[in-house]
Design a protein around this ligand. Structure first.
Ligand SMILES: *Cc1c(COP(=O)(O)O)cnc(C)c1O
Length: 373
C-alpha cells in the first residue's frame, strides 16, 4: 500500500446519502442526474452540449463515429498518448497516421502535421497531454484549409485553457474521461463536448445503442451501450463545485516541485506553453543524464519509500504490437521515443501535503548524489 498515491478523488462528505437515495429510487441507469452533470459540465466549459458516456475510450469512439469516419479514412494523431486515442481510430475501421511530438511540451508538433495530410485524411486527434492544450490555433488552420475535422482528446485536461478559451472551444468535438486517475473522477466515465447540435444528437443516439431520440422503438444507426449510471453522475456532481479550487492547489503543488527540482542536473521539469493554463493532471518530469539513475531506477526508490509514481508512457504507440501492421519502425518518431525512456509522473493531487512534497523532493535530491555507475 502506498502512503502517497498518484491520484485520489476529493469527495464531499454528503455523497453517501445521495448514493443511497439513488440506490432506493429504482432508477440506477442514465436518468436525471446524468442530465444534470451534462448541463453543469456544458456550463462550466461554456459549451452548447455535453453528452455523458461510460468512458473516455467510448467518447473517442463516439466522436469518430459521429463524424462518419470509417474504412479508407486516415486520422492524424500523436504516438505519445494513452492507447485509446489511436485504438478508437481502429474501432471505426480507419487508419491512424502518427506525427511526432515536441520534445519539451509532450504535445503533437503542429509543424509536422501538414506533411502528413493526404486525400484520405478526415480528422486530426490532438491530445492535451498531462493537462495542457495542444496548439489549436495552428492545428485548426491546417484543418480548415484541408476541410478536415479536429477532435480534441481532452481526457486529461478538464479545466485547461488556451488564451482563456476552455477545452472544446477550439475543436469540433472534445472528449473527457472520468477514470480513477483523472482530476474529476467517478472511477469510470466520459463525455463528449461540442457546439454542434447535430453532433450532440447523434452522440445521444450512439451511446444509447442507436436508439431514435424521438421514437425509442426505432434504431437508425449502429450504436453501443455507452451510457453513464446515476451513481457516476452524482459522484461527479459532488466534486464539481470545488473543482477549480482543487486545480489551483494542483498548480501550487506543481510549482513547488518545479522550483525545488529544476536545478538538479538531468531533471527536466514540465514546461507551460505560452498562454496555456495547465491542469497538471499529471506532473511529469524527465530523468536523463547526468542524473545518475534512469526513470525506472528512480521509480524503484519511490516504491521503496511507499510513494506511487508512474511512467506515462513507456512505449510509444507506433511501436505497440497493436499497430505493427502500420509498418512503423524504431527511429520514426525520435522525440516520442526519447521521451518514453525518460518520463516519471509524481503525485501532486490536492490531498498531497507540503510534507509529502518535501519527501518527494528529498528522494530525487538523494538520488542525484548516488555515484553514477
Ligand atoms: C484516460 C485517457 C483516455 C481513455 O479514457 P478511459 O476513460 O480510461 O477510457 C483517452 N485518452 C487519454 C489521453 C487519456 O488520458
Amino acid at each position: 500500500m502506498y502512503e502517497i498515491k498518484i491520484a485520489e478523488p476529493v469527495l464531499s462528505s454528503n455523497i453517501i446519502p445521495k448514493l443511497k437515495r439513488i440506490l432506493h429510487s429504482g432508477n440506477l441507469a442514465q436518468g436525471k442526474w446524468v442530465e444534470k452533470i451534462e448541463k453543469n459540465l456544458a456550463e462550466y466549459l461554456n459549451a452548447s452540449f455535453c453528452v455523458a458516456v461510460s468512458s473516455g475510450t467510448a467518447a473517442l469512439h463516439a466522436a469518430l463515429s459521429i463524424l462518419n469516419i470509417g474504412p479508407g479514412d486516415e486520422v492524424i494523431t500523436t504516438p505519445f498518448t494513452f492507447i485509446s486515442t489511436a485504438s478508437a481510430i481502429l474501432m471505426v475501421g480507419a487508419k491512424p497516421v502518427f506525427v511526432d511530438i515536441e520534445y519539451d511540451s509532450f504535445l503533437i508538433d503542429p509543424t509536422q502535421i501538414e506533411g502528413k495530410i493526404s486525400k484520405r485524411t478526415k480528422a486530426i486527434i490532438a491530445v492535451d497531454l498531462f493537462g495542457q492544450m495542444a496548439d489549436y490555433q495552428k492545428i485548426s488552420s491546417f484543418a480548415k484549409k484541408n476541410g478536415i475535422f479536429v477532435i480534441e482528446d481532452a481526457c486529461q485536461a478538464l479545466g485547461s485553457r488556451q488564451k482563456r478559451k476552455p477545452i472544446g472551444s477550439l475543436a469540433d468535438i472534445a472528449t473527457l474521461s472520468f477514470y480513477a486517475t483523472k482530476p474529476l473522477t467517478a472511477g469510470e466515465g466520459g463525455a463528449i463536448i461540442t457546439n454542434s447540435k447535430k453532433f450532440a444528437k447523434k452522440a445521444k443516439s450512439f451511446r444509447n445503442i442507436g436508439r431514435n431520440l424521438k421514437n425509442p422503438e426505432l434504431f437508425n444507426i449502429l450504436g453501443f451501450n455507452y451510457r453513464m449510471t446515476e451513481f457516476q453522475a452524482v459522484i461527479l456532481l459532488s466534486q464539481l463545485p470545488k473543482f477549480e479550487e482543487n486545480l489551483v492547489q494542483r498548480r501550487k503543488n506543481a510549482n513547488f516541485l518545479t522550483s525545488n527540482l529544476s536545478k538538479i542536473p538531468g531533471i527536466e521539469t514540465p514546461t507551460v506553453e505560452n498562454e496555456n493554463q495547465h491542469t497538471f493532471s499529471q506532473y511529469t518530469i524527465k530523468v536523463k543524464k547526468p542524473y545518475p539513475l534512469n526513470h525506472n531506477q528512480l521509480k524503484k526508490k519511490f516504491d521503496k519509500a511507499k510513494i506511487e509514481t508512474k511512467i506515462y508512457y513507456p512505449l510509444p504507440l507506433h511501436l505497440q504490437p497493436l499497430f505493427a501492421n502500420l509498418g512503423y519502425q524504431k527511429g520514426d518518431f525520435p522525440n516520442a521515443e526519447q521521451t518514453a525512456n525518460q518520463t516519471l509522473s509524481l503525485p501532486i493531487h490536492p490531498l498531497v501535503s507540503k510534507k509529502d512534497l518535501n519527501r518527494i523532493v528529498k528522494i530525487i535530491k538523494v538520488g542525484s548524489t548516488i555515484a553514477s555507475t
